[in-house]
Design a protein around this ligand. Structure first.
Ligand code: UD1
Length: 419
């Protein structure tokens, strides 16, 4: 069983380069299904989740080559077989596999998929995805463990999302690209990754306006073509390294950021005493001050991202006072708390809120990565703790962080992977 072992207490220094956003690349690879042509993704993050979505596409006939050395993915979706059903084992492995539903339905008029799996952070239903596809004219059959959608021709419609779900916005936006007429998605998710997906879709010939705002308009088109796309930087990976500087009381430079996308994270870190200096696509993060306690509420973008909640909690474990974190996006995203408590953190759960009483220092311990971001948070806690922390179930972290131990080691951390 693979583990990451961290010896805490070392200051970090130097620079780290951020990879492209996993949450952009996954829908973009799914979206390439629409064009039935050749697409290239430049500077793609070489991550487990990315390999899984590529395998899902391969299981329906796409021709994909991954050039790990140059971080490039070449996809030809012209070879996909129209009635193919993707491997259920792969679809269950990762929730984002469900993003092929919209494109498959739009291009072939039918899709049958196993119900998705993914991070263990709540029930994560798909009702909004299905409601949207149904509004475009798809007949949905929800069976035991699978869902099938059929439509001879999708027709544009006005869709109001009860909640600005990222995945539902993406699935509906992709389905609407080849639909007849105009689709308007209201209360759509505003995450930067949605805008990136729209840029890719416009690159293959779609007509989308308003992505990145609460109202997205998609004018259906008949023909699409291939394209070359370079995704945005991963704002969650950048945020994680910002916390790494803060939790170790260090100053580091992070290269590969978009200031706009990081606003909610920068605002909260600044509030707790971390100094930030942005220089173009880089940021200097100086975490040498005492960490002040904070109140955080996770919200859809541009609110504070739920994907940074566990890492911030790790930092607040050593703040000078009492902090409050309220998780509003997912109903079960506090599993890391029991792991942090093993390291001496003082945290109490009250419904959807966690009250964190700062302690002087965490103590190294044997802990588990309970999901992707929780695993990253445990590594961060290990960096600041006294002694040695062993983090098991590290495959969760590999789903979303490119070479995390190499990047941290280059910054001066004492970290290694053991098998
Ligand atoms: C995406 C991100 C994930 C991030 C999340 C919220 C990807 C690949 N993953 O996940 O990292 O944590 O956004 O920022 O981009 N919901 C429903 N019905 C639906 C769909 C969602 O009730 O049909 C609920 C979910 O249960 C959850 C909330 O909406 O409580 C947010 O989910 P959503 O925005 O859809 O997240 P994902 O797209 O799964």
């Amino acid at each position: 069983m693979e583990k990451i072992v961290v010896k805490g207490g070392y200051k970090l220094n130097g620079e780290v380069n951020i990879s492209s956003a996993k949450n952009s690349v996954l829908p973009i690879i799914a979206a390439s299904i629409l064009c039935g042509d050749r697409c290239t993704i430049d500077n793609a993050p070489m991550l487990e989740d990315v390999f899984v979505i590529c395998d899902v596409l391969k299981s329906i006939g796409a021709d994909i080559s991954i050039d790990k050395e140059h971080s490039k993915i070449n996809i030809n979706t012209g070879t996909i077989i129209s009635q193919a059903e993707p491997s259920s084992e792969l679809v269950r492995k990762m929730r984002a596999s469900f993003l092929i539903m919209g494109p498959m339905l739009s291009r072939f008029g039918r899709v049958k998929l196993s119900l998705p799996g993914g991070c263990n952070i709540g029930s994560r239903p798909i009702d909004l995805h299905l409601k949207g596809l149904n509004a475009l004219g798809a007949k949905i059959d929800l069976g035991h463990g699978y869902v099938e959608a059929i439509s001879k021709k999708l027709i544009g419609n006005k869709i109001y999302l009860d909640f600005p779900s990222v995945g539902a916005t993406e699935n509906i936006m992709m389905a609407a690209v080849l639909a007849e007429g105009e689709t308007i998605i209201e209360n759509s998710a505003e995450e930067p990754e949605i805008e990136d997906l729209a840029d890719f879709l416009n690159g293959i010939g779609a007509k989308i306006e308003g992505a990145g705002t609460g109202t997205i308009k998609i004018k259906g088109v008949k023909d699409l073509n291939g394209t070359l796309h370079r995704p945005i930087y991963d704002r969650i990976e950048a945020g994680t390294y910002m916390v790494a500087a803060a939790i170790t009381g260090s100053k580091i430079k992070i290269n590969g950021i978009d200031e706009e996308h990081l606003k909610p994270i920068v605002a909260k870190l600044t509030e707790c005493g971390v100094l930030m200096e942005i220089e173009g696509n880089s940021v200097w993060v100086d975490g040498r001050n005492e960490i002040k306690p904070l109140d955080i509420k996770t919200m859809p973008y541009p609110g504070f991202p739920t994907d940074m909640q566990p890492q911030m909690m790790g930092l607040l474990c050593i703040a000078e006072g009492t902090s409050l974190i309220t998780e509003t996006v997912f109903e079960n995203r506090f599993m890391h708390i029991s792991e942090m408590k093993r390291m001496g953190a003082n945290i109490k759960i009250d419904g959807r809120s966690a009250v964190i009483e700062g302690v002087k220092r965490l103590t190294g311990s044997e802990v588990k990565a309970t999901d992707l971001r929780a695993g990253a948070a445990m590594i961060l806690c290990g960096l600041s703790a006294e002694g040695i922390t062993e983090i098991s179930d590290i495959y969760h972290v590999d789903r979303g962080y490119v070479q995390i131990e190499e990047k941290l080691r280059k910054l001066g951390a004492e970290i290694k992977r053991v098998y």
